[in-house]
Each structure stands twice: as structure tokens, then as C-alpha cells.
Ligand binder design. Sequence first.
Ligand code: HEM
Length: 410
Amino acid sequence: MTEHVQAATTDPLFNPLSPDFIRDPYPHYERLRSTDPVHLNVHGAFVTSRHAETGLVLRDKRFGKDYVERQIRRYGTKIMEEPVFRSMSHWMLQQDPPDHTRLRSLVVKAFTARRVEDMRPRIQEVVDQTLAAIIGQGHMDLIEDFAFRLPVTIICDMLGIPEDHREVFHKSSRYGGRLLDPVPLTLDEIKQANAGTMMAQMYFQQLFELRRRTPGDDLITQLLQAEEAGSKLTNEELTANITLLFGAGHETTVNLIGNGLLALHRHPDQLALLKSDPSLITNAIEEFLRYDSSVQMTGRVTLEDIEDLGGKRIPKGESVLCLLGSANRDPAVYPDRPDRLDITRPNVRPLSFGGGIHFCLGAQLARIEAEIAIATLLRRLPELKLDNAESPQWRPTFVLRGLKELPASW
Ligand code: HEM
């Protein structure tokens, strides 16, 4: 394991946890796209940076997850005894068909565009309450005080987590970012992640008991009923996928709101345009997703030999890392100044939510939460200014890209 971590610092093209990469990955992406668009990195994974190969890998059935095999190759055979890896191996995100299809079909109805549209009044209510509590202060941290509360509250509503249990989640849930990074975890990080996983498992087992006694109109109750109805879902799968929904449901959306607000304030003409024409908000959210996505990468494994991916031959069983954030800046698809934020850009269609069978389940929910949060903030606090737009502090994770804080005053 130590060998891997040391090796990570020696790759001149793809060194995603280096401070420089975290601060601004985009010049690094540009170099990858123009010099080695399917780059074999120091861990033996192939890194795709252009839109063409990245989009293809996400949609093509010759690429899958094969998660357990991949982790064993990376860490050794005992890795699946670690609670955090065992739990992640049951996430629908890490499954191939038919298990993926079975797990996804159990929850997909809760996330349809129609169901999410119906949640608009509740989302607006949470944003209004959050702002009402801080509007008299004259300053806030847009991440902690504003962006964070909305997605956590909404996913807790959907899962049926009782109001009086939520404070602990509000305080402790931003810990898991490193789990998804393409640089192996250290022993210490695995230990910490195990502790977090076991705490979540204990909490959810208690909540399951409560919902078995007192069913609600929520996702956990529905999934418990599916579990009891027979062979649709094991208890381990249930707990793991609830944990996935809980985590996926907020860290990413907090960062969409934070990265979007930062980008907007660094482009004052675009900020002025959005304030003068609030109807541009829907397209602006797509452009925020493209310009600085809160999810920078996802991965696949080759399920058969691939004769030609961007000029490279990739044998069966190799990892492919798909740089979504780089595909989103590819001039072949975005010929008009891809490094500039343009909220009126036509046909944005970023790869930020992935593609193919794993396309983000929460995409529409995230879009609407960000839309309501940012539109309401600009309307209610038109004088708001960022205290430090030029050198913001980024969280030290690569796949989940987001700010530690974003102080603002008005
Ligand atoms: C800006 C916000 C978000 C971004 C950028 C994002 C990004 C992504 C991406 C890239 C994938 C596909 C990964 C792959 O192909 O390997 C994905 C999958 C997923 N996302 Fe999101 N996500 C966001 C918000 C959400 C929300 C709000 C939820 C749920 C409440 C959610 C739940 C999921 C789930 C369950 C999957 C796995 C789907 C599957 O494997 O079939 N995401 N997300």
C-alpha cells in the first residue's frame, strides 16, 4: 500500500492529489488531452481525458465495474474483510447487471423528474428558512451556513430520518470524500472509514427497527417492505445502499452550489447577466456543472480485451479512469472558449452526472436544489460579495471537488 502512495507522486501527467492539481486541475487536463489522451498512470490504470473516449467508456457494455476483483488487485485478498470495502461492494454504483438492475429498480421511482418537481415547495421552504436564520448577520460561510443544510435536509426527508436524529448528521457527515479517489487509502484512512461505516450501520439498523414498527411514507420503509417480500434485497444490500444514497445525496450537491457560486463571482459579467435575467438559471446550472463539476471522475474495468481506445490497446481486467471534468472542457465538443463560464452556452450537456446504466439517480434532484438555492440567494441578497474569490481553500480530495469554506458578506 505504501508503495502505491509513494508512486502517486512520481506521475508527471496525472497526480490528482497534489496541491497544485487540487487547486486547479484544468491546465493538467489540457496537457493530458493534448499529449496522452488515454494515459497509462503509475498505478497501471488508463486515464481518459477527452470527451470522445470518456463518453464511450461510460456507455459501452465492454466496460463494467467488477468492483471486488478490482479492489483485491489493488489491496490484496483480505481487503473485503474491511467493513468499509464490504459495504461499498454492495452499492448499486459498484455493481454490474443483473444485480445493478435489481438494486436500481427498487429506488428509481423516488427520483423521477415528476417526483422531484413535486418537491420544489419543500426545497424552497428549506432555503427560505436557512436564509431567514442568517440574513441579519451580514456575513456567512456559504458552504457551512447555506449550501450544506439543503441537500442533507432533503435526503433525510426522503429516507425518513426523524427530525430529532438529524443534528448528528448535520455535524458529522462530510468525512467520506477520500473513499472515491484513485489513489489507494492509507491504513489510517481505512480505519477511519471503517469506524464511520460501522456507526452508520448501527444507526440504520435501529432506524430499520423503528420503521418496521412504525412504517412511514419514505424510501427506507419501501425498501424494508421489498426486503421482507422475499429475495429482492438482502439486509447488507439495504444498509449499504441507504448509506450510498445518504452520502451521494448531499456532498455532491453542496459542492455544485459552492463551485457554482464561486465561478459566478469570478465572472462578474455572468453574475450581472443572471441577476438581470433570472430565467437563465436552468441553463446556468448546466454550465456550472460543466465548468467546475463537483464530481471530477468515475471508473470502469475492461470486461474484455479492447483493441483500440484512443489508439491504445487495453487488455481485459484493467482499470479505466474517466475524467468527467476534463471531458467537460474538451474544445472538440465546446469549441467556443471552453475555459470560460458562459451561462447562455447552448447544448451544454456536461458529463458530470456520468452516462449509461449508472447515470446519476439524483441528477434532477441536484439540479433543482441548486437552482432554487442559487436563484433565491441572488434575489434575497443581491449585494452579497465573496470575501476571498481569488484564492479559495479547496478540500483535499480529487473526485469530489469542493471548497472548505466560501466566506461572504453583504
Ligand atoms: C451535483 C450533484 C451530483 C453529481 C455531480 C453526481 C454525479 C454522479 C455520477 C458521475 C454518477 C455516475 C458514476 C458512474 O457512472 O460510475 C452518479 C451516480 C449516482 N448518483 Fe449522483 N451526483 C450528484 C447528486 C446526486 C444526488 C442528489 C443523489 C441522490 C439523492 C445521487 C445519487 C446517485 C446514485 C445512487 C448513483 C449510482 C447510480 C447507479 O449506479 O445506477 N447523486 N452520480
